[in-house]
Design a protein around this ligand. Structure first.
Ligand code: AMP
Ligand code: GLY
Length: 429
């Protein structure tokens, strides 16, 4: 069958790479893709929220399966658009409709959903310009640090963790006055949870579900988790502290009540649910829901997936997930993100990438890369440039292999964290 992957990052390259391994995958297209996706399929330059243009591709290329990578098109209703269109309605689209996508698109909605369904999460209060005084009182009643979250999508920047009360009060004002535009016209104030974070990925057909390998993401730019937040600087999978007992709690307390809650709300959800969790003394709490796969977690977990990805996604759309046996590679994976110098602040683009052909025992997923039209060379085009993943018999071995490869690839200003997975080694000790 012909397949379309929507998005242009490392996550979408990993999705396409995995789909390409299936015998069922005939033609593979990306909207818009990058230099890496061009190695496994055909890139078509289209905006991810230009639904008419995406429809045109589906018609022209006889697409039967669409995988939506990023959240924006889901929140803007791409699945509703497909369902309402007589030509598109039979195409298997992976991702919830706009109602389901509110789990990610509105933090206040997600908190309300969790409260109604008894799903463990930090206690919180919604604040808008109408109840700012109560918001400030609420902050004063809490202990530091203070967690302020813009309600809407803010390109991953909408969460502030502040140690000083006065500053938190000021930030609350500034968010409500439009610091993140409309996204912060409402703000969720939340209790700070002390624990270790992990990402759990669920694929559901609306009734049944499969839990994919869990991963740990490294969000800060600096080693030892210091400095500003990024889109993610690396990942490791599996997560040692997410043992059988913990994952059972995740299923019983979070996954099952989430799916029941969606049903109760009349939401037919066929797609991925990404649970951003905090492990607080061996109990899971939801930090956030995302309605898509994570980046760079996808680049770390899909190489560990042995099941046919086309079969898995088609089963999710057709409601047959219960018939699928999920098979995974036991070996751990470590993913290291190579980024442009200066990222997550200002950085330069257009740097020549060399050494890609010398890598071995790893997969190099492209994120911010492009093919120079004149020279056909691969150049940088974004902050996060490449995600390099290795699997090996231990996290330690996978770290060695991955970093040996990261060192072979160069571009001017390249930076990466050298400590991805180190904390996981400490857990084993
Ligand atoms: P989010 O965009 O919701 O993933 O939040 C960004 C990051 O802020 C998370 O990955 C956590 O590291 C942190 N965070 C969010 N909410 C909380 C909380 N209630 N307690 C502690 N840390 C949090
Ligand atoms: N790695 C976190 C995210 O994709 O949101």
């Amino acid at each position: 069958m012909n397949i379309l992957v929507i998005g242009s990052g490392g996550r979408e390259h990993a999705i396409g790479w995995k789909l390409r391994q299936s015998k069922k995958c005939e033609k593979l297209f990306f909207a818009s893709g990058n230099a890496g996706t061009a190695q496994v399929g055909v890139n078509i330059p289209v905006d991810v929220t230009d639904f008419d243009a995406l429809k045109h591709i589906c018609v022209e290329e006889q697409i039967e399966l669409v995988v939506v990578g990023p959240e924006q098109p889901l929140v803007e209703g791409i699945t509703d658009f497909f369902q309402a269109d007589s030509f598109l309605k039979d195409i298997a689209i992976i991702g919830p409709d706009s109602h389901g996508a509110r789990l990610e698109g509105s933090k206040a909605f997600a908190k309300q959903f969790m409260r109604e369904n008894g799903i463990p999460t930090a206690v919180s209060m919604d604040v808008s310009r109408d109840n700012i005084e109560q918001g400030i009182e609420y902050l004063r009643s809490m202990a530091a640090p203070y967690v302020l979250k813009a309600d809407g999508l803010a390109a991953g920047k909408g969460v502030l963790i502040i140690h000083n009360l006065e500053e938190a009060e000021k930030e609350l004002q500034s968010m409500l006055e439009g610091k993140f535009g409309d996204a912060s016209s409402k703000v969720v104030i939340e209790q700070f949870l002390n624990g270790i974070e992990l990402s759990v990925f669920v694929l559901t057909d609306g009734t049944d579900y499969k839990v994919l390998p869990a991963a740990k993401d490294y969000k800060r730019i600096g080693e030892g988790d210091t400095g500003p937040n990024t889109g993610g600087m690396g990942a490791v999978s599996p997560v040692v502290f997410a043992d059988k007992d913990f994952m059972q709690k995740v299923e019983d307390r979070i996954i099952v009540p989430t799916l029941n809650g969606l049903k109760k709300a009349g939401i037919v959800y066929k797609g991925f649910i990404f649970l951003g969790l905090m492990n607080v003394e061996s109990d899971p709490f939801v930090i956030e829901y995302n309605v898509r796969l994570g980046d760079p977690e996808t680049e770390c977990i899909l190489p560990r997936l042995e099941s046919d990805f086309v079969d898995l996604l088609m089963a999710a759309f057709q409601g047959n997930l219960s018939e699928i046996v999920l098979e995974t590679d036991d070996r751990p994976a470590v993913t290291v993100m190579m980024v442009s110098g200066g990222y997550p602040g200002d950085y330069e683009k257009g740097k020549l990438i060399s050494g890609l052909e010398t890598t071995k025992e790893c997969v190099v997923f492209h994120a911010g890369t492009t093919i120079d039209v004149e020279t056909q060379q691969v150049k940088t085009s974004g902050g996060r440039v490449l995600a390099v993943t290795s699997l090996d018999y231990s996290v330690e071995a996978a770290r060695k292999t991955v970093y040996a490869n990261v060192e072979k690839v160069t571009f001017k200003g390249a930076a990466y964290r050298a400590d991805i997975g180190i904390d996981i080694l400490a857990f084993k000790a």
